[in-house]
Write a protein that binds this ligand. Structure first.
Ligand code: C5P
Length: 402
């Protein structure tokens, strides 16, 4: 593969792995030009980086010789992909907020190329609210993340924080370099411009009384990621969401609902749409009536809940007069995933069913292995982060309309 990446090495103990990364990439025919941050140069030297990359190493924005030779704009212009490894909490925070005060951060802000962040930091720093907010901002902006891996860390703690291994980073770089440009971020092409995508996400809550309800463990992460991915490809997005604890993508119009009946009503109000993706884990049943006041514990013994069936939103919209052109349902199964999905395709009257095995950590977790089942075949995605799985699905949707 005759490609060139721009590698930004941040200040973290994992910087030594970036030296291996340069070698792994060279073996795969990918050239690496490096920006070494001030922090990065505390861990590896420009001499060793330059020795491995065979190129001049760039270190400081205000080095006039550097700027004259190749400025920050030129550096990213000459690369096919920008990779930040290790991506420290500081670099991620600056990039998320558009702070540009050295060569690495000005390059990140000026680039028109995709950026892959490979984080490495202490587990608590990774889990901290600011870092998680900043990562989400960059993902919403269309940037890519790999890792961090879970394991023992240099600081003696255990958890997610280790930088991904060089071979895995190189795999991801190759797949991004091969990838369809329709997967690009905000600056990329907009194959779904002019299309309206309606998405349901999260659980529904079925009231028993004003304080109690029936619900399920859906986190809304996959539906929100799909809404963000379709928005990045230019679709106008309406996201009808049950109660969840995550932030909505900025590109979507968010309609918050509680019950299945509210969700159906909101979806019908949002029509016409070109694309309908039913990701919500709609409660199959609700109680036949909900009490207006809190049911007293000791009023008349243990209350019996009589359940009645909720409306099927996916089926209703599949049969609607103003049916969206492409209707996609989800099938969360724990066994015989594909045969159940195929049966559901007919039962619900939708065009595609995205089957996923929820016997593992899908519900509430950050990863998913999707199989897109259509009338004519199946397309299996590997195990991906929910954000990457959403990009793949959005790309497939864009292809369908192309
Ligand atoms: O057969 P099951 O109900 O599990 O099918 C799941 C699919 O149907 C999901 O796409 C889900 O969003 C949708 N669904 C719905 N309304 C319901 C139940 C499920 O839209 N009441």
């Amino acid at each position: 593969m005759d490609k060139r990446i721009l590698l930004i090495i941040g200040g973290g103990i994992a910087a030594y792995k970036s030296l291996f990364l340069i070698r792994v990439l060279a073996r795969r025919g990918i050239k690496t030009r490096v920006i070494l941050t001030k922090g990065g140069s505390e861990f590896v030297t420009a001499l060793s980086v330059g020795g491995l990359s065979g190129e001049k190493v760039f270190t400081d924005l205000f080095d006039l010789t550097d700027e004259a030779e190749m400025g920050h704009i030129e550096l990213s212009r000459n690369a096919d992909l920008v990779v930040v490894a290790p991506a420290t909490a500081d670099l991620i925070a600056k990039a998320a907020h558009g702070i540009a005060n050295d060569l690495a951060t000005t390059t990140l802000q000026a680039t028109d190329k995709r950026v892959l962040y490979v984080p490495a930091m202490n587990v608590r720093m990774w889990d901290s609210a600011p870092t998680q907010r900043n990562v989400k901002t960059l993902i919403d902006d269309g940037q890519y993340f790999l890792g961090p891996d879970e394991g023992e860390m240099a600081c003696g703690e255990f958890g997610p924080g280790r930088m991904a291994e060089p071979d895995n980073i190189a795999d991801k770089i190759e797949s991004l370099l091969r990838g369809d440009t329709s997967l690009d971020g905000l600056r990329g092409p907009k194959p779904l411009a002019g299309k309206h995508a309606l998405i349901t996400a999260g659980p529904t809550r079925e009231a028993i009384d004003p304080v109690r309800y029936l619900s399920n463990r859906s986190s809304g992460k996959q539906g929100y990621a799909i809404a963000a991915a379709l928005g990045r490809l230019g679709a106008k997005v309406t996201l009808v969401s049950g109660p969840v604890a995550i932030d909505p993508p900025s590109c979507a119009e968010l309609i918050r609902v509680e019950s299945a009946r509210d969700m159906l009503q909101a979806c019908e109000n949002a029509l016409p749409a070109d694309i309908f993706v039913a990701v919500a884990a709609v409660a199959d049943w609700r109680t036949d009536s909900s009490a207006d006041v809190k049911i007293k514990k000791d009023a008349s013994g243990i209350p019996a809940l009589k359940l009645v069936e909720n409306p099927d939103i996916l089926k209703t919209l599949s049969q609607a007069q103003s049916r969206p052109d492409l209707v996609i349902g989800f099938a969360a199964e724990t066994n015989d995933v594909i045969s159940h999905a195929r049966a559901k395709l007919g039962r619900k009257g939708c065009d595609w069913i995205v089957a996923n095995d929820v016997s593992g950590d899908v519900m509430g977790g950050d990863h998913n292995s999707m199989i897109v089942v259509t009338e004519t075949g199946e397309d299996s995605f590997p195990r991906l982060t929910k954000a990457d799985a959403a990009r793949r699905l959005a790309e497939k949707i864009a292809e369908h309309f192309s």
